[in-house]
Ligand binder design. Structure first.
Ligand code: TYM
Length: 376
C-alpha cells in the first residue's frame, strides 16, 4: 500500500503513516480477528486476560488457535520477536515486548529475540553498520530491563551471529521468487540487492529452535501488524522446509504525540524514548496533540474527544492499569470536567515514574547482557 496522499494509510515494515484502519488491515493482509472465543482459549492458560488483550490492543492473529490446540495436546511453542536497532528504543516498542514477557511467564517457553542491525543498515542510506550494531547492544538493555531471564531468552545479533542463520536463510531465499518479494514488500528498481535478500534473514528465527535443539515446534510471534508481510512469505515456505508455519498475534500502534501515524523514531519530538530525561518527557508531552478546544472556557462547556487524543491513548496502552480510573478520565474529558493541561501533567508524572525505574534496570542490565546472547 502506498500513495501520494498524506492522510492515506500506509503500513509496511519500513513505513507507517496516515489514519490506521485496523479492520481494513485485517482484510487486506488476510489475517484473522482476535475473537472473544479465542480470547477465552488464551485465558484458560493465563489466569484471566492480560490488560492488553482486555483492551483489544492486540486485535488480530494468524494460527494462534492452531498453536493453542497443539499446546493442549502437548506440543509446546517458542516465542519470537525482535527489534531493528536504528536508534534508541521508544515506549511503543515496549508494547509487544511486555506482552511477550507475559506469554513467556504463563506458557513457560523460550523467547528468541532478533536484533536486525543488518536490516537497519541496508534499508536506510544514511545508516552506518557499526552504529546499528552498537544500538543493537543498547536496545538489548531495554529488553532485559523488562525482566526477561537469561535461562529462556536468547538474543540473536544478526551481524555477529550470521553463521547461525545463513544456511536456513539460503533455504528460505531459494524458495521465494523476486516477483513474490516485490509484490509483498513493494521493492523498486532502485532497491538495493541486500534489502531484496534480507527478508529471508528475518524468517530464520521462526525455525532456529528446531535447528539448535532438534525439537520441531511452532513459533508464535507477538509484534505490531507492520511486520506481517515478513510472515506471509515465511509461512509460504515453512512446510516446504519441514517446519510448522509461524503463528502471529498482532498489536495496534501506540500513536506518536503528533497527529496520525504511529510512534516513530524518525519524528523524535513526537516520540518518548526510554532514555529521555524527565525534562525532555515534560516538553514532549506538553506539546502533544490532544484535539482539545481553543480555550479552557469552551472546553469546560462542550468537552473534548478522547478518541482523537494522543494523551488518552498513552493511558490506555501503558499508563493506567485501573479500568475504573481510565473510564472516569474518559467521561471527565467528554464533559469538560478535566482539561488537557491536567491530563498532560498526570501523564508526564506517570511516564517519568516508569522511566526512572526502567533506566535503573537498564543500567543494571549491562552486567548480565552477555548471558542473554544466543552464543553465550
Ligand atoms: P522495529 O524495531 O521497527 O519495531 C520493534 C517492535 O515494535 C513494534 N512497534 C510498535 N508497537 C506498538 N506501537 C508502535 N508505535 C510501534 N512501533 C514499532 C514492531 O512491530 C516490532 O514488533 N524488522 C523488525 C525487527 C524484527 C522483528 C522480528 C520484529 C526482526 N524479527 C520478529 C518483530 C518480530 C523491526 O525493524 O522492528
Amino acid at each position: 500500500m502506498s500513495g501520494e496522499d498524506e492522510n492515506e494509510m500506509v503500513v509496511t515494515p519500513w513505513e507507517v503513516r496516515g489514519k490506521i484502519d485496523y479492520e481494513r488491515l485485517i482484510k487486506e493482509f488476510g489475517t484473522q480477528p482476535l475473537t472473544d472465543e479465542l480470547l477465552k482459549k488464551i485465558a484458560k492458560h493465563t489466569d484471566g486476560l492480560h490488560l492488553q488483550l482486555q483492551r483489544k490492543l492486540f486485535f488480530s492473529h494468524r494460527d494462534l488457535d492452531t498453536v493453542l490446540d497443539l499446546y493442549d495436546k502437548g506440543t509446546k511453542f517458542v516465542l519470537y520477536t525482535g527489534r531493528g536497532p536504528s536508534g534508541p528504543v521508544h515506549i511503543g516498542h515496549l508494547v509487544p515486548w511486555i506482552f511477550t514477557k507475559h506469554l513467556q511467564e504463563k506458557f513457560k517457553t523460550r523467547l528468541y529475540f532478533q536484533m536486525t542491525d543488518d536490516e537497519k543498515f541496508l534499508t536506510y542510506d544514511e545508516n552506518k553498520l557499526a552504529d546499528m550494531t552498537r544500538f543493537g547492544y543498547e536496545n538489548a538493555l531495554d529488553l532485559i530491563a523488562l525482566g526477561f531471564e537469561p535461562e529462556d531468552t536468547f538474543i540473536i545479533y544478526d551481524v555477529a551471529d550470521i553463521d547461525l542463520l545463513y544456511d536456513v536463510a539460503l533455504e528460505v531465499a531459494k524458495r521465494i521468487t523476486y516477483s513474490t518479494a516485490r509484490a509483498t514488500f513493494g521493492f523498486q528498481d532502485s532497491t538495493n540487492l541486500g534489502w531484496v535478500f534480507w527478508p529471508a534473514v528475518q524468517a530464520v528465527p521462526c525455525f532456529i529452535h528446531a535447528k539448535l535443539t532438534g525439537e520441531n515446534v511452532p513459533a508464535l510471534i507477538p509484534a505490531a501488524i507492520d511486520q506481517d508481510p515478513f510472515w506471509r512469505i515465511t509461512r509460504d515456505v515453512a512446510q516446504k522446509l519441514g517446519y510448522y508455519k509461524p503463528a502471529q498475534i498482532h498489536n495496534r500502534f501506540l500513536p506518536g504525540l503528533g497527529v496520525g501515524g504511529k510512534m516513530s523514531a524518525s519524528e523524535p519530538e513526537t516520540c518518548i524514548f526510554t532514555i529521555d530525561s524527565a525534562e525532555v518527557v515534560k516538553r514532549k508531552v506538553w506539546n502533544a496533540f490532544t484535539g482539545g478546544k481553543g480555550t479552557a472556557a469552551e472546553q469546560k462547556k462542550t468537552g473534548a474527544d478522547p478518541n482523537i487524543c494522543t494523551i488518552f491513548q498513552y493511558f490506555l496502552f501503558l499508563f493506567e492499569e485501573d479500568d475504573g480510573k481510565l473510564s472516569d478520565r474518559e467521561r471527565k474529558c467528554r464533559t469538560g470536567e478535566i482539561l488537557c493541561g491536567e491530563c498532560k501533567r498526570d501523564l508526564t508524572e506517570r511516564i517519568n515514574k516508569f522511566l526512572a525505574e526502567h533506566q535503573k534496570k537498564r543500567e543494571k542490565a549491562r552486567d548480565t547482557i552477555d548471558k542473554f546472547h544466543i552464543k553465550r
